[in-house]
Design a binder for this molecule. Structure first.
Ligand code: HAM
Length: 420
């Protein structure tokens, strides 16, 4: 293991890579604000029970992927594998349980112990949104539209929105019976994961990507037909609202999503830019009823999350240019101790005027200091030696044009300011 390598499935993000992250985060803040959403910051660690109960004991995330540990007080804690359960834990203490609506978004790292691969990380970052406390097909449709609006603003073109319904909780039993009945004489020839799913979480068979499962899955009954009329009408209304909002979508009756809390509307956005791994989605979400430990009534809402690393991969595949980094700094070169004292003072004034500055603090030759200016990509070098100090001037070298002029100390800020 090289000393500078972080653990598998995690990455360092360097300053020259950060502008694209700022774009994702700042656009999220501005787009979601247009829909009345405010940022909520919850802890990265939660009680393990929040996820076990919230996401469901039988989900893959809970069974195989959680980073859980016991703290010194003997509590079982988990590094959040997703944002929704923690947000619900937080909001369950507010008036959302009485049907009052809360609109929140979050941005931050999530942790899943998956096998690292392209687009599959152990620490990844999500922007997510939750509309909590109310239920209506219009809210679901607006939530989906907001996701598509966000993707458009960050220049992700060519993505495909896929939607489906999981029906109400009461619809599950008849649908599961129908699926179990259909797969009973086929399951022996299907993949090992599906054999487990057949027992624990039969819905997940529907979105299995294994080759041997494709034929039986493709001919599986459409479970939506087993849902109540009310649930079917709810979904119809979601689709109609998307139509009036001009949001393009595809219905895929095999889309079930991996977390147990989903009811009614579910959706995912996929993109060819993520490569040939069709299991990777850019973003996903849906309506949920999320149970928390010791609560008899679930918290209800609708939301989604998009993975920032996957957004970045897609942007790269699309050739979207990374945003410009901040302006290049002014580099202060000083020859002698007194000159350096002046440079420190001038730097403080320039920074107050909004100009980024780097001061060379070591006594190096002029040549070495100019090399350092080049290394940081300086826009200007301001050079002060004894001679300049005596006359209250500085030499200002334009590093792009290669020209230099002498400036009165008092004129430095107004001269430089023109270029920033
Ligand atoms: P999810 O589908 O598990 O849903 O994750 C949402 C997004 O997070 C994915 O579409 C993907 O972009 C990203 N993601 C997930 N796992 C990884 C990984 N291992 N590496 C890189 N990116 C990943 C949720 O998390 C739900 N909480 C979404 C939601 C909010 N549903 C309702 N409200």
């Amino acid at each position: 293991m090289a000393k500078s390598t972080p653990p598998p499935g995690t990455s360092d993000i360097f300053p020259d890579e950060i502008p694209v992250w700022y774009r994702f985060e700042n656009t999220a803040k501005s787009v979601f604000a247009l829909y009345g959403y405010g940022e909520l910051r919850t802890p990265v660690i939660e009680y393990t029970e929040v996820f076990k109960r919230g996401l469901g004991d039988d989900t893959e995330v809970v069974q195989k992927e959680m980073y859980s540990f016991e703290d010194r007080g003997g509590r079982s804690l988990t590094m959040r594998p997703e944002g929704t359960a923690g947000v619900m834990r937080c909001l369950a203490g507010t008036d959302v349980m009485n049907g009052n609506e809360k609109r929140v978004f979050y941005i931050g790292p999530m942790f899943r112990g998956e096998r690292p691969a392209k687009g599959r990380r152990r620490q990844f970052h999500q922007v997510g949104v939750e509309n909590v406390g109310r239920m209506s097909p219009e809210i679901d449709a607006e939530n989906i539209a907001m996701l598509m609006h966000y993707l458009e603003e960050i220049q992700i073109t060519g993505s495909k929105l896929v939607i489906n319904t999981r029906g109400a909780r009461e619809d599950r039993k008849p649908a599961e019976d129908a699926l179990r009945n259909y797969f009973s004489d086929k399951i022996d020839g299907m993949c090992d994961d599906c054999k487990v799913r057949y027992e624990n979480n039969i819905w997940r068979i529907l979105d299995c990507k294994s080759r041997e499962c494709q034929a039986p899955v493709e001919s599986a009954p459409n479970v939506v037909e087993f849902f109540s009329e009310e649930s079917q009408n709810y979904f119809k209304k979601v689709c109609e609202t998307l139509d009036v909002m001009d949001v393009e979508y595809e219905i895929d009756y095999r889309l079930v999503r991996g977390l147990d809390y989903y009811v009614h509307t579910v959706f995912e956005v996929v993109h060819e830019g993520l490569g040939d791994n069709s299991a990777l989605a850019l973003a996903g979400g849906g309506r949920y009823e999320l149970f928390l430990p010791d609560m008899k009534k679930p918290v209800i809402g609708v939301g989604f999350a998009a993975g920032l690393e996957r957004l970045q991969m897609t942007q790269e595949a699309l050739g979207v240019a990374a945003p410009e980094a901040g302006p290049a700094p002014v580099f202060l070169v000083s020859l002698g101790d007194e000159a350096r004292a002046y440079s420190m003072k001038a730097a403080a004034e320039l920074r107050k005027a909004g100009i980024p500055v780097v001061v060379e603090v070591e006594s190096k030759s002029m040549k070495a200091q100019m090399r350092a200016a080049n290394r940081v990509g300086a826009r200007f070098a301001l050079i002060t030696g004894e001679n300049e100090l005596e006359r209250s001037v500085v030499v200002c070298k334009d590093m792009e044009a290669g020209e230099q002029v002498e400036l009165a100390q008092a004129d430095v800020i107004s001269h430089i300011k023109k270029f920033f």
